[in-house]
Design a protein around this ligand. Structure first.
Ligand code: 48N
Length: 327
């Protein structure tokens, strides 16, 4: 027993000595370690400072979900009510359709509804050609760029906009701000209103519309009937490709109001652009065509990656529509 007590006492003593020794050896924090800690604190503060932005502590005003819903739906249904009958319907918001709308924005007494099947208006004018962003515009079509104040590089007989989207976003912005113009996007014109009278014979009196997704899926579901908008004159600028390319003239052909839609001919820039502008016209009473839809109907050549004819054809179509309204 005596030995055991002595061993326990020895063990306890050595344990205390070790702890004491450790304590004794434990270094007092040196000045260096204080500097390290201070630097870390500064870094944190600095990081804190850099991570602060003018938008920290932002607090939105309160809102309820039904307020958001009513803000959207009340305006949309008011627009549908207001544009159930309108002076001009432009079908297709590509470069030709937007140029037409821009020209009509100069006539504030003319009510215009643009119907665009895509969610994003702009058609093929977001790029200059293939995947290249610069847009080539042959003179004298650069005049619209001067009006829109779209900067370009002057190359003599033509100009180059550094990015096609600069043109499209600028003209879109001008058109959307015009009080006499309303854009209904993600909405397709899937048919035409066609009437007949002694004076004009058969004429186009408006558009038959549906949500684009419905128009593209009629054969996957029971019929979902369309909506209708009446117009005094329609401008069809539905282009030459895409899910509904040249849909206006193709519908006229099915209705027997035009004889054929041969489709655009092979590429020849110098012939194509003059022909598209020259042949922009009121193709049947109540319906003007412009842009590449003209090439589809008349079989004139395509021009490829030059856009001047789209601008001038669209602007010309606006005046064809104004002439039709004055009749
Ligand atoms: O840009 P696009 O396709 O047509 P345009 O005529 O305004 O401009 C054509 C131009 O981009 C070219 O093709 C160039 C010059 N290349 C020529 C060539 O040789 O290849 O715009 C047509 C718009 C599109 O946004 C379509 O989504 C839309 O019309 N659209 C419709 N919107 C509503 N209902 C429809 N049925 C419909 N069909 C087409």
């Amino acid at each position: 027993l005596k030995i055991l007590i002595m061993a326990a006492a020895t063990f306890t003593t050595s344990l205390c000595n070790t702890v004491h020794a450790r304590k004794a050896v434990a270094p007092r924090p040196s000045a260096r370690s204080f500097r390290v800690v201070a630097r870390a604190a500064d870094a944190h503060r600095l990081n804190q400072a850099f991570s602060e932005t003018p938008f920290d502590g932002f607090k939105f005003e309160p809102i309820t979900e039904h307020q958001v819903s009513r803000a959207m739906t009340s305006r949309y249904f008011k627009d549908l009510d207001e544009y159930a009958e309108t002076d001009v319907i432009i079908v297709g918001a590509g470069s030709a359709g937007l140029s037409c709308a821009y020209e009509l924005s100069k006539y504030p007494n003319v009510k215009v509804a643009i119907i665009e099947q895509g969610v994003a208006p702009g058609g093929g004018a977001w790029l200059g050609g293939q995947l290249f962003s610069a847009m080539v515009v042959r003179k004298p079509a650069h005049t619209i760029l001067d009006e829109l104040e779209v900067p370009y590089e002057d190359e003599g007989d033509f100009v180059v906009i550094k990015h096609a989207s600069l043109f499209t976003s600028t003209i879109l912005s001008k058109v959307l701000q015009a009080p006499n113009i309303k854009l209904f996007n993600a909405t397709a014109v899937e048919d035409l209103i066609v009437r007949e009278d002694e004076l004009r014979g058969k004429y186009v009196g408006g558009a038959v519309t549906n949500w684009t997704l419905v128009s593209l899926n009629h054969d996957t579901q029971m019929c979902m009937d369309p909506n209708v908008l009446e117009s005094k004159v329609m401008v069809s600028s539905t282009g030459h490709d895409g899910p509904m390319g040249a849909s206006g003239v193709k519908r006229l052909q099915k209705l027997g109001m035009v004889t054929g839609v041969p489709g655009m001919a092979a590429l020849d820039m110098n012939t194509a652009e003059d022909a598209v502008v020259r042949n922009t016209r009121e193709v049947v009473p109540g319906m003007v065509i412009c842009g590449m839809e003209v090439a589809e109907l008349d079989g004139c050549p395509r021009m490829g990656p030059t856009f001047g004819a789209m601008f001038m054809s669209g602007q010309k179509a606006a005046h064809c529509a104004l002439n039709s309204l004055r009749r």
